[in-house]
Each structure stands twice: as C-alpha cells, then as structure tokens.
Design a protein around this ligand. Structure first.
Ligand SMILES: [Zn+2]
Length: 217
C-alpha cells in the first residue's frame, strides 16, 4: 500500500519534507508521528529530517503536528500565547508557533478553537476578564501573605499590556529589539511582604530586573 523510496541523490526541500510529514499524519490519522511510524510510511530518510530541522520534534512543530499525545488545557494553550506575546512584545503570529520559545504547535490550537485567530480572541477575552485583587493595608504586609509569589497568566498579561510591553525603567521593548526579554517584577519585593497585585507589579527588561535584584541584595 505504501511505497518507500529513499530520495538519496536529489536534494529535497524543507517544504517537501514537511508536506510528506503532514501526508503521513493524514494517512495514519494521528498527529503524533514517531520516527518509527515515519520510517514505515514516509518517503524520506527520517535522520535527514532530523538533521534538516535540528530535531524530530522541531520538524513536527514546523509541520504543525503535535510533539506528543498530550491534551493541552486552555491554561497551557493560553500560557504559550502569553510567552510569545511577551517574547515579541506584540500579538504573536501563527507562523511563530513553530519557533522557540513556542512549545505548542498550531495543531492543538486548531483542534481546540478552530483557528489561530479564534484562539487569540479567546485568549484576549480570558486575559481581560475581571480579576479582583484589592490592595491591602500596609500593616498587613509583614504579618500575612494574601497572594502567592507568582502572578497568574491573566495578571501578567494585564501588567504587560498596561505597560505596553515596554520596560518601565529603560523603555526597551522586544518589538523594537528582539534581544530584549521582559519580566513581570514586584515593585515592592514579595520576599519583603509586597503582594502580587497589579498595583505592585511592573514590566522590566531582564537587565533592569537583574540590576534591581542586585541592589536589593
Ligand atoms: Zn530595562
């Protein structure tokens, strides 16, 4: 039924490799194509595919296929969107799902939301939903914790969007300089009693964040 031909001498393009991966996924009816499955049903040498894309999973990501059978929760799908939004300092594009720092390909988004645009819409709705975090009186800071150290996805998105994905201290932004990495930072340190509330959080680039923690220590 399947014919295996190793195209040894003719150079194979990335597109040909990717479309053959997608073809095999379609034929087998699963998105989790292991190297073993591909060896049996694919057209090209799987080790060449690994070499071309770096790793097997990387090739699967580029092909829009899942790297595992894992079912992603909405929170995980949204978290990956936030990681990309933070990385690029703007709304991420569909094609960027295939590149680091993304860890989820477009397959799970399409299955869950129908399309990448629908996923983005759902993410923004989710992130903009009301979240109450009433500021506490100062005296209570040192006695008891009202919030955990790590801000929720929703809170991080709110802080980053409020600060326009720009470092509050030096103005650096990943949209202008891809080297810039943004962090959500506690203005008054959590370790000293600062709470994880929108009022006590700010966007800092990694170098300003590092400079700040050196000062604090
Ligand atoms: Zn900065």
């Amino acid at each position: 039924m399947f014919e295996f031909t190793k195209a040894k001498n003719s150079p194979v393009s990335d597109e040909e490799m990717i479309s053959d991966l997608q073809k095999v996924a379609g034929e087998i009816g699963t998105e989790k194509i292991t190297q073993k499955i591909y060896r049996e049903h694919g057209k090209y040498d799987e080790s060449n595919i690994c070499r071309r894309f770096g790793t097997w999973n990387k090739a699967l990501l580029v092909a829009g296929l899942s790297i595992s059978n894992q079912q992603y929760s909405d929170e995980q799908l949204f978290e990956n969107i936030l990681v990309l939004w933070q990385h690029y300092g703007r709304q991420p594009k569909r094609a960027e799902l295939a590149n680091t720092p993304s860890t989820i390909s477009q397959g799970p988004y399409n299955r869950r939301f129908g399309s990448w645009n629908a996923a983005l819409e759902q993410f923004v709705d989710f992130a903009n939903a009301t979240e109450l975090n009433a500021p506490l009186p100062k005296e209570e800071y040192l006695n008891q914790r009202k919030t955990g150290r790590d801000p929720s996805l929703r809170l991080r998105f709110k802080v980053l969007s409020r600060d326009n994905f720009v470092c509050k201290q030096c103005g650096a932004s990943p949209a202008k300089n891809p080297e810039v990495e943004l962090h959500v930072d506690h203005v008054f340190p959590w370790s000293k009693g600062g709470e994880t509330t929108i009022e006590n959080l700010q966007t800092l680039c990694s170098s300003c964040n590092l400079g700040k923690s050196n000062l604090t220590e």
